[in-house]
Design a protein around this ligand. Structure first.
Ligand code: NMX
Ligand code: MLT
Length: 426
């Protein structure tokens, strides 16, 4: 089996471990942040409390992967991004081909996964199906087998790598199967060894793609959603689970459950649901005034406008801008896409006027669904699965590196409200 990526990592890891050790040895007690009471009551927002080298998110830059702003990576393949997330370098042609053939060689999904999915009630949410399918494969874990053998901790990352590669190779097929099953799209479509990871996914979904732009969208979609540093709710969940030396199957399944919340990854579903409902209620292409009134009524009822706001960003999400550019080229007359643009003109001002949201600008979820809807993927309940398939590239990179560095169990200290009150008195 081809293994250039694993070899590259093996050669990098000793230096990474030495670097981490020496930083801690020389500067272990240096203070880099302080914690305020509003951060404790406010979801730990802004506290610098984690190491994540795969990517970072600046409040005024958005996603940066290994030093490269996401808008400079939009022409890359998701496999290239995975290589970059893990190693800090883009692969050359040989390394890319090697990675692609390695993934193809691992794509055989155990047949019991289909049985698990077929056994689920037809009204099960696709994210439950996706998360369960991944968890159901836990018995395949090389990591757990190696751990059970009592293997040296330094070797565990290699088994983590194997598990992650197996999962990445299989999820396009699993997601495509559950899309076709759940939404009665017909029989499963098998993988095609000649295609790249995202184009293969596009083909297995069975979405009509006469001009090849849906495959292009899938590549872009998978690149844009691949990672968003370590502190977002699902990535953090993934890191916490993996830090207990649970394997990747447990970690990804748990992380996907965090992604499935409407304040996080489910916002893409909620945003399309909102647009469709608004059109149904208003009954035609809404005017600016009607959209304004509709959104204002949400805010007046203490509801959020999905797709707007962010825990870190204070600018329009560059991932939103990348989709906007794609949409302008491919679907400029699409009714839903036009409403997304209309919302972009209207919602920030309403949020600014309301004065609550710290970030009034759109995030990626404000637009990603409209891209899918255009190609006939109108089942918005499925949208967060697309997010999850892509984000597993980031989850995988983060926990392979954590295990390679021997990161300890994550266990911050909690305090009681009484303790806070006693500190205030002091
Ligand atoms: N619409 C209405 N109110 C909002 C919005 C919004 N889009 N965004 C923030 N607020 C409110 C928020 O609910 C809070 O209200 P309250 O004080 O009554 O609790 C107040 O503004 C302050 O919140 P922030 O500190 O600005 O935001 P926070 O960091 O806590 O949360 C989000 C960030 C993303 C959870 C929040 O902006 C939100 O709920 N947005 C809508 C859901 C969404 O788009 N999520 C997707 C995030 C990206 N992703 O891909 O995961
Ligand atoms: C993400 O892509 O994970 C979201 O933008 C949420 C976040 O970064 O907190």
């Amino acid at each position: 089996m081809s293994k250039l990526l694993k070899e590259k990592l093996s050669s990098q890891i000793p230096a990474l471990k030495d670097e981490a050790k020496s930083i801690v040895k020389s500067h272990g007690k240096d203070v880099i942040d302080q914690v305020t009471i509003d951060q404790l009551f406010g979801g730990m927002r802004g506290i610098k409390g984690l190491i994540c080298d795969t990517s970072s998110v600046g409040l005024d830059t958005g996603l940066i992967i290994r030093g490269i702003p996401i808008l400079k990576l939009t022409e890359k393949l998701p496999e290239e991004i995975f290589y970059l997330l893990l190693t800090g370098e883009l692969p050359d042609e040989k390394a890319l081909k090697d990675l692609q053939s390695d993934l193809h060689s691992r794509e055989n999904v155990p047949s019991y996964v289909w049985a698990v999915l077929n056994a689920m009630p037809s009204d099960t949410h696709p994210m439950v199906m996706f998360s369960s399918a991944i968890l159901s494969m836990e018995k395949e874990s090389e990591f757990r087998k190696l751990y059970d053998k009592g293997t040296n901790k330094d070797k565990l990352w290699e088994a983590m790598y194997e598990d992650c590669m197996n999962i990445i190779a299989r999820i396009p097929q699993i997601a495509a199967f559950l899309y076709r099953k759940k939404f009665n799209k017909g029989d499963m479509i098998g993988p095609d060894n000649n295609l790249d990871w995202a184009a293969n996914f596009a083909k297995m979904l069975g979405v009509e793609d006469k001009d090849g732009t849906f495959a292009k969208l899938m590549r872009l979609y998978m690149v844009l959603h691949s990672d968003h540093e370590g502190g977002n709710a699902s990535a953090f969940t993934n890191l916490v689970i993996s830090s207990t030396l649970s394997d990747a199957y447990y970690a990804f399944s748990g992380a996907l459950n965090a992604l499935a919340g409407p304040l996080h990854g489910l916002a893409n579903q909620e945003c399309l649901r909102f647009i469709v409902k608004m059109r149904e209620e208003i009954g035609h292409s809404p005017t600016d005034e009607e959209v304004k009134k509709y959104c204002q009524s949400l805010l007046d009822n203490n509801r959020v406008v999905s797709g707007y706001g962010h825990p870190v960003l204070r600018i329009t999400d560059p991932r939103f801008m990348a989709f906007l550019e794609f949409g302008k080229k491919v679907m400029s007359d699409d009714e839903i896409f036009k409403i997304v643009k209309q919302l972009f003109e209207i919602v920030p001002d309403l949020l600014i006027a309301q004065g609550k949201a710290k970030d009034p600008w759109p995030n990626v979820d404000a637009i990603s669904g409209s891209m899918l809807y255009h190609y006939g993927v109108k089942e918005y309940e499925f949208y967060t699965v697309f997010f999850g398939v892509s984000r597993i590239l980031g989850f995988a990179s983060q926990i392979i590196l954590s295990r390679a560095l021997g990161a300890p169990i994550i266990r911050p200290k909690s305090v009681t409200t009484e303790w806070i009150k006693s500190q205030i008195k002091k």
